[in-house]
Design a protein around this ligand. Structure first.
Ligand SMILES: Cc1ncc(COP(=O)(O)O)c(C=O)c1O
Length: 427
């Protein structure tokens, strides 16, 4: 077999998978260790044809998949690896660019700067911000907090009690002090009294549990006056700013020192692609730039490795470019509007049924709800629904109470899928 024939077979496999993924169980049905027990414990001595990889994919791997591409995946934040993004990943691997500095991949460096700037324009963010791609929001936030500490020389981070755990993890890795501020009745962070010893304030636009939006403008104004850095975590909800009508949640973001938005969450780009913008690129370079002799050149251009922890950088912009070109802003806006409409529809069913209640205000495409009654009943409903294989939802807690979350983010999700989720939950 040749690369070409194997390649056709791999693309056929991918196309068949995407065609039938809606018939597979959403949540993997295997038990922990089941796949490990079926994999050889030592590596193969002899090479095998690529067809054996595809064979094992069907036999071993697919049964152990939780199918994130399934239209009834509603857990965590539902995502989509769109077809242009999938193909671009294949092409990026073929070219295998290792963008350690501009001359090591002018294409990767310049396409990254341009595509991230396209997204900046689509989201209505300020002119002149510098953006680059990291793997995940966890890394983007870590990088921003490193820059914040470098600039301020301070050691405390302030975020909401509902901020994503990546903020706490970054604080722990950096040995910085984390101060979690309480929230108000709308689950938005209360502005702390004192910020004068704070390195960074991290408001969230679209918290993981509830989609709530912290008061970015007020926090940013107070932080600026106190000499603190402002890093906005809009990993999930930032993509919704492609819609003018969702820009209410952007209020004050223009005052941020840095901002993270993940196209791998809600902009159809396959995992992984996290955009990190800063209005203070010089400070980022001061924090991160370190050029050993073997990388010194006379090229007189920035290297994107000077803006974050990694040196070798993948050609991630290729998939972002492919998605933007193939969908266009119009195509992406239509998908967002539909997801937000479907979330509203589901929330209406919840509100219209006296047996159920919304647990938090509806935000973006995330519905937080519960069956009126004890936590155990809600836990049992979720367990039964997820075991059915038809849908997959996840949960959170609010004031100690068990809350179900329905997150819409897959481009293949239709109204019939959302209706089916409602039926299964009521089944
Ligand atoms: C608000 C928010 N921030 C950060 C993250 C972390 O994202 P990543 O998996 O890209 O590190 C998440 C993940 O869901 C999130 O919801």
């Amino acid at each position: 077999m040749t690369f070409r024939e194997d390649g056709y077979a791999a693309v056929d496999w991918a196309a068949d998978y995407l065609e039938r993924v809606g018939e597979l169980p959403v949540l993997a049905r295997v038990k922990p260790g089941e796949l490990s027990a079926r994999l050889p414990s030592s590596p193969p001595e002899q090479g095998a044809p690529f067809a054996s990889v595809l064979h094992d994919l069907d036999e071993l791997i697919v049964p152990a998949l939780t199918n994130w591409q399934h239209p009834r995946f509603f857990a965590y934040f539902a995502v989509t690896a769109s077809e242009p993004g999938i193909l671009a990943e294949l092409l990026a691997a073929a070219m295998n660019q290792v963008a350690i500095l501009w001359r090591a991949s002018p294409a990767s460096t310049e396409l990254e700067l341009r595509t991230v700037d396209w997204v900046r324009q689509l989201l209505g963010l300020p002119d002149g911000w510098h953006g680059h791609i990291e793997d995940t929001a966890s890394t983007s936030t870590l990088a921003a907090l490193i820059a914040a500490r470098h600039v301020t020389g301070r050691n405390a981070i302030v975020c909401s009690e509902h901020a994503h755990s990546s903020v706490e993890k970054a604080a722990r890795m950096l040995r910085m002090e984390l101060r979690k501020a309480p929230v108000d009745g709308e689950l938005c962070m209360r502005v702390p009294e004192r910020l004068d010893d704070v390195a960074a304030v991290v408001p969230t636009v679209g918290t993981t549990s509830f989609g709530s939006v912290d008061p970015v403008r007020e926090l940013a104004e107070r932080a600026r006056a106190a000499g603190a850095w402002v890093h906005v975590d809009a990993a999930y909800a930032g993509s919704s700013w492609i819609l003018e009508e969702e820009r209410w949640s952007q209020d004050g973001v223009e005052l941020a020192d840095s901002l993270v938005v993940n196209p791998h969450k809600w902009l159809l780009v396959p995992m992984d692609c996290s955009l990190l913008w800063t209005s203070r690129p010089g400070e980022f370079r001061q924090a991160f730039s370190l050029v050993p002799e073997y990388m010194r050149t006379s090229d007189q251009v920035d290297s994107l490795a000077d803006y974050g922890p990694a040196l070798g950088r993948r050609f991630r912009s290729l998939k972002l470019w492919a998605v933007l070109r193939c969908y266009g802003a119009e195509g992406l806006r239509a998908i967002h509007r539909e997801h937000i409409r479907l979330a509203r529809l589901f929330a209406d069913w919840v509100e219209a049924d006296p047996a159920w209640e919304l647990a938090a205000p509806l935000r973006f495409s995330l519905v937080c709800f519960r069956r009126r009654g004890p936590d155990e009943e809600n836990e049992a409903i979720l367990e039964r629904a997820n075991r059915s294989g038809e849908i997959f939802l996840s949960h959170t807690r609010l004031n100690g109470r068990y809350v179900l979350r329905l997150a819409i983010g897959n481009a293949r999700t239709t109204e019939a899928d959302v209706r089916r989720a409602w039926e299964v939950l009521n089944g």
